[in-house]
Design a protein around this ligand. Structure first.
Ligand code: SAH
Length: 192
């Protein structure tokens, strides 16, 4: 059993032009819902800064990371170089739905950004997943969560919905002050 730590937020190379990395505590939760094995091939739609891509690349066979923003692809590449993981990841600068057209062999699909194309990405991805594969959607917008649940139910799957509210403490002289991170909803489902 190999233990991989979660990479701390402040170790990532960041730019103002790209969101992320997903906070380390949330990355840990996404990993748990993804049920990763070292045989997995993961598709990360909306890789942003590469926060989740780096966590997947450490743990699985290979990763396809998709983002339509060239700055996101460049930033994810820099982080993969920094952590020595470039050999595990194929970076694809394209809209998620279109990029999925050309990928056949994945076992887990993680959607962290979808623009207006969430339903298309879920439907296309779900059809291509093998039975037992998993789809995970991280959402900071309520509508993303409800749309995901609706589409997954229409596809005959049984989505699980968990809302995470994480607060982090700042240790001050007079005590520990808790600060809330943005709540995040994780929708996950197994391909039946
Ligand atoms: N999980 C990432 C942060 C994701 S931010 C991290 O840990 O670093 C969401 C990203 O999704 C943004 O970079 C945005 O460009 C991308 N995105 C949004 N809609 C998209 C779509 N339809 N296709 C591809 N990428 C998309």
């Amino acid at each position: 059993m190999i233990y991989f730590e979660i990479t701390p937020d402040d170790e990532f190379i960041k730019t103002d032009k790209v969101p992320g990395p997903t906070k380390e505590e949330i990355r840990a939760l996404v990993i748990s819902k993804t049920h990763l094995t070292d045989e997995d091939v993961v598709v990360d739609v909306g890789c942003g800064t590469g926060g989740l891509t780096v966590e997947f690349a450490k743990r699985v066979k290979s990763v396809y990371s998709i983002d339509m923003n060239p700055d996101a692809i460049a930033t994810t590449r820099k982080n993969l170089e920094k952590f020595g993981l470039t050999h595990k990841v194929e970076l694809i600068e394209e809209e998620g739905y279109k990029a999925l057209d050309d990928i056949e062999d994945f076992t887990k699909l993680v959607i962290g950004g979808s623009g207006g194309n969430l339903e298309n990405i879920i439907r296309e991805g779900y059809i291509k997943l093998p039975v037992g594969g998993r789809i995970i959607i991280t959402s900071i917008v309520l509508e993303t969560a409800t749309e995901s649940v609706r589409v997954l139910k229409e596809l005959g799957s049984e989505p699980e919905v968990v809302n995470f509210n994480v607060s982090k403490g700042t240790v001050l002289d007079r005590g520990v002050m808790m600060k809330a991170l943005n709540p995040i909803t994780i929708i996950s489902a197994k391909k039946i």
